[in-house]
Structure formats: C-alpha cells, structure tokens
Ligand binder design. Sequence first.
Ligand code: HSE
Length: 408
Amino acid sequence: MSNTAYVGLLGRGAVGDAFHDLLADRADAVEEATGRRPEISGVLTSKKGSFDEILAASDVIVELIGGTDPARDYVTRALRSGRDVVTANKQLIAQHGDELAEAAREGGAELRFEAAVAGAIPVIRVVKESLGTIEIEKVFGIVNGTTNYILTEMARTGASYDSALKRAQELGYAEADPTDDVNGADAAAKMAILARLAFGSPVTLEHVEYEGIEEISSDDLSYAKELGLSLKLLGVAERRGEGALSIRVFPCFLYPGHPLAPVEGAFNAVMVEAPAIREITMSGPGAGGIETATAVLGDVVSVLAGGSPLGEASGKVKIAKDISSAFYLHLEVEDRPGVLAKVAEILGENEVSVRSVVQHGLGADARLVMVMHEVEEKRFKAALSKLGKLKFMRSAPRSIRVIEEEFK
Ligand code: HSE
C-alpha cells in the first residue's frame, strides 16, 4: 500500500479554505503520527469538480459543504463505498445520524465529526470516548459562537444586534446563512449530537426544543448589567428521571459565579455532569475557519489511525415535560395604584414567587424588571398569558430564563 492518504475535499468556505492550507502545512506531522502522508486528491465546490471523480481518487472524504443537501448523498455514498468520512456538518449528523451510522457499517468505514460541535474544543472525544462508559446526567453549555459573540458585543459596547451580527459574519463565525445561528437551530443540532453521545439514545434534531436570540433587545442587556447578570444562549441536555430526557436551547441569564458567565465572544464552553466526575468544563474557540479546521485535521489523523465515535444508540426517546426554570420578566405598565398588586396577585395565583424587582419611572408609565424563583414553566407561562391581557400593560411582557444553579 502506498503511504499516501488521498483526501477528497468537499467545500471551500471559511473552514474548507483553512483546512486546505492546514493540511499542506501539517503534512509532515500527520505522516509522523499515522505513517501516511496526506495529499488532496480533488476539491469540489459549487462551481467546479465532480464528486464521482473525487470519490474514486480518495481514501478519505472531508465534507465541509454544510447543510443536508447534497452533503447527505455524498457522505452516504462515500461511507458505503468504504471511504472514511470527516465532516463538520452538525445538521447532517443531528438529522441523519442513524442512516449515516448504517452506511458506515455497510461500508466498513469510519465517520468522524469532532468539528460539528464547539469548533476547536474536543468535546465529542471527551463525551463519547473519555467519558463513554460513565453515567452522564447532564451536558450543557454555550455551543454557538455567533450568538455568544453578538450578545457579548451588545453588552460590552452597546453595539446593535445587526452590526454585531455583521461583524460575526465578517469574522467567519456565522454559517453561510446565519438564520440557523440566531434562531437557535445550529445550537439545537449540536445539542442533539451531544445528547445522542452522552445518553446513547437515538436523539435527533426533532427532539430538541429551541429558541434563539432574535427577540433580545439592548434593553434586556442593560437590565442584565443592572442586576449583575450575563445573557447567554444555552443548550441543555439532561436526564429527567423515568428514562425521560430534556434537550433544549434558550437564551438565559446567568449569575456571575456560574462557570459559563465569563465565556465571551466566539468562545464556546461545554460542561458535563456525572456522579463519577462531578463536573468537567471545557472551553475554547467555538467558531472560525482555522479553529474549526484544527478539529477536522484531528479527525483526519484519527481515521488514518482507526476508531469511529457515532456508535450505537438504541431505545425510544422519551422527552420530559414539566420542566422548572427561574425567569426574568420585563413589564411596561401604567404607573398607578394597584398595578403592582395586580401583577403580584397573578404571579401568586400561579405559584410564581418573585426573587427581586427593580422599577423605573417612564413618565406616566413604569418599567418593572423582576426575577422569579424557579417555578414549573407551564405555571409561569400561564401567568405570563394573563399578564399580557391586563389593560394597564403598555407592551407585551418579555421573559427570559435565569439559571440559578450554584457552583462551588
Ligand atoms: N456558526 C457556528 C457558530 C460555527 O457560530 O458557532 C461553528 O459551528
């Protein structure tokens, strides 16, 4: 066997370009680590190249096109034909993981996707391999660099949402179409992958309930500052008893002592909790061309050396209901006697307890910013819906979850 490993590259976006250069730059190191010297056998872009020709000329396919179509077809065909595949494609793994695992089995090939979750942080290896046999209870964190960059810039410099998003695109953090970043779908796909690996359950994107940051306003960030909180888009996957799981993505406030509170800019951080390890926090660059390309290169080295992480996932996924959370609530109300009492009455009737409250005058109106203690989400939503109908309410109530968990 020739000692050359032919690598077919699909996609030349920010990560594809960075990987192309990194592979040439690190070829000696890869050869030293694996005994095989990597060489690009062909590059497919939307404008040039033939997938069939590249497939025929390659030992390994690196898929950096993104999206499910045509990536799904290319990756499936490559695996069935026995080529190992490395991908950074979270939507593909989150939506079609079972089908790809089957294609890999059929072809006796490996599929690796370290770069699909949290960029340069080797979180897939840690969850699937290092912690693969302990009972993981919860995996959670900041898994989208674009939104963390936007929220950090809005809080730090007062930048508008639009200008922070534009800058994140210029820096190569955002997806080609940033809709999935800001609406939470990118983070949801990553959480589906982490949940599948952590719990050995066939979780897909469909099992994840998600919200993004499109509704966040600079007001929310200034009130956060006043209350000493930071705002993050969090992904949380956890066991909820009786075999049920909860996998969600939502914006939320964190108290300053929380390990995720200081994670800023395009950095990501993932925490894993299990009785055997208490907790592990991994943080690092979660987006960006060269950062993500390092994870792709690490997978290429692994496939040249052997061992797939997708593994078996079995059983039926049972999603937990009756989740409890703490909430921040932002109300604009008429400033007259009885208003605060009515708000308190509705909260009380629904067993929602207030932890702190700040009131600001706005002429004849007032802005109430409250933080609630943890409560069943359905109770809080019922209160919110009643509050929204009150005559003295000046605009629709706004709410964001708050993480109260304390870490020592
Ligand atoms: N668009 C993604 C992010 C890139 O912002 O996190 C890494 O998956």
